[in-house]
Design a binder for this molecule. Structure first.
Ligand SMILES: NC(=O)c1ccc[n+]([C@@H]2O[C@H](COP(=O)([O-])OP(=O)(O)OC[C@H]3O[C@@H](n4cnc5c(N)ncnc54)[C@H](O)[C@@H]3O)[C@@H](O)[C@H]2O)c1
Length: 331
């Protein structure tokens, strides 16, 4: 079988994780690395090979490129995704898909029209401990509360470029790091009845939020809370608690435990992530990128649907944008 051709736009931090996943998959070949800063692409080329382009529009004219990975700053995602789809390429786009719901829906509609995938990276959906939790949720009885804590450390250097600019990043800890866990919170909690949110920029080392506190009442009569900060002393694992009428569940990046009543006795089941060979170079990225990218490649080859499609990215994006809007309106 002829290998599918891959191009990566944006050769910064996360692109290496994409390139590694691509180079580990025997059905694809990394053909182009694109970055406006040639040095960045050159640095990656040493490890992964491929041609170097500075202007992504050049990729769109190449017949041997089937999949384009978009690993650029947030404000560039929507246009790059739409241009790639127009050129009839499959798209794998880093989170967030776009900075507006209008653009996200345009990408969705275009992907249907040209019959190409537009896949948002939500790698934590592929975490094995999440599968363990989801397949055992019924043991908790009626879920009453879900609590999420995300404590991470991002310094002045991290926020010095596009990540610290509201117009380019769309926000801070909520849309950048929080989006993964808001996605999981909504996956478990379901549709939202109402919410309140408090969004702060305490450190003032950038234009964007560094601390967020959100309370949600879900339609299923579940209370949810989400606390995130990028001012923590170091990066802690994210922490989820789910409490129900028959038990409780705790999970983080790698482990999960569920305690529940069974025949009047307390039982505990646990999950521990085995040591992985495809571990990301940054621990907090988790190990899901490679699993998600493999799933997309498989789906293209077999003409099936991957586990996560762009529809899955819409609830978390829409909710986060609503939180920011509410915050602006209350200032
Ligand atoms: N899923 C995850 O866990 C995860 C982790 C980190 C980053 N990300 C996401 O990945 C994306 C990139 O983040 P990063 O940390 O790698 O950023 P980065 O700044 O390290 O890399 C972005 C790269 O894009 C390049 N670029 C900018 N404009 C360009 C253009 N017009 N054409 C080509 N290249 C251009 C920059 O020169 C830079 O090298 C963001 O959406 C971010 O949220 C996701």
């Amino acid at each position: 079988m002829k290998k599918l051709g891959v191009a990566i736009i944006g050769c910064g931090e996360v692109a290496k994780v994409h390139a590694l996943a691509v180079s580990n998959n025997k059905n694809v070949e990394l053909k182009v690395l694109c970055d406006i800063k040639k040095q960045k692409a050159k640095h990656m080329q040493k490890q992964f090979g491929g041609k170097i382009y500075r202007n992504y529009k050049k990729i769109l004219r190449e017949n041997d490129i089937d999949i384009i990975h978009i690993c650029t700053p947030h404000y560039l995602h929507a246009q790059m995704a739409m241009d790639s789809l127009q050129a009839e390429k499959h798209v794998i786009v880093e989170k967030p898909v776009s900075l507006s719901m209008q653009d996200a829906v345009k990408i969705l509609d275009l992907s249907k029209k040209v019959r190409k995938f537009a896949i948002p990276i939500l790698q934590h959906r592929y975490d094995e401990n999440l599968n363990f939790v989801l397949s055992n949720l019924n043991k908790l009885g009626k879920i009453n509360t879900i609590k999420v804590d995300l404590l991470c450390n991002r310094n002045k250097i991290y926020y010095s470029g596009w990540r610290g600019k509201k117009i380019q990043a769309g926000g801070g800890v909520l849309i950048n790091q929080g989006i993964h866990y808001i996605d999981l919170l909504l996956l478990i909690g379901g549709k939202i009845e109402n919410f309140s949110s408090k969004i702060e920029n305490y450190q003032k080392i950038s234009e964007v939020d560094d601390t967020v506190n959100i309370s949600i009442r879900f339609k299923k009569k579940i209370l949810g809370s989400f606390n995130a900060t990028s001012n923590s002393i170091h990066n802690f694992d994210h922490h989820f608690e789910i409490h129900g009428s028959n038990g409780s569940c705790y999970f983080n990046d790698k482990t999960a435990e569920i305690e529940f009543k069974e025949k009047n006795k307390l039982r505990k089941i646990e999950f521990k992530e085995p040591t992985k060979k495809n571990k990301s170079e940054k621990d907090y990225y988790g190990t899901g990128h490679e699993n998600q990218i493999n799933d997309v490649i498989n789906s293209i080859i077999k003409d099936t649907k991957p586990k996560i499609t762009i529809e899955d990215a819409l609830p978390s994006l829409s909710f986060i944008l609503d939180c920011y809007k509410k915050n602006e309106n209350t200032k």
